[in-house]
Write a protein that binds this ligand. Structure first.
Ligand code: FES
Length: 70
């Protein structure tokens, strides 16, 4: 069994390392087993939820610029 590592970045998104399946609040299912690095929004400001789109960075939190998701 593969262990997934979840790291809450400093004032930024959750960094998910390892193959994962993500289900958003609306029940949409994202099979991300081919991706080894995913950033999930933690600030609520992303336009591509549940993934970070870098909006956190523009809010001065020092977040991340790249979109990481499907
Ligand atoms: S953490 Fe929300 S947009 Fe990056």
């Amino acid at each position: 069994m593969t262990m997934v590592k979840i790291t809450p970045t400093d004032n930024g998104p959750y960094l998910i390392e390892g193959p994962a399946r993500v289900v958003d609040a609306d029940g949409n299912d994202y099979d991300l087993t081919d991706q080894t690095t995913i950033f999930l929004c933690r600030c609520g400001g992303s336009g591509t939820k549940p993934f970070c789109d870098g909006s956190s960075r523009s809010e001065g939190s020092g977040g991340y610029a790249a979109v990481h998701g499907p």
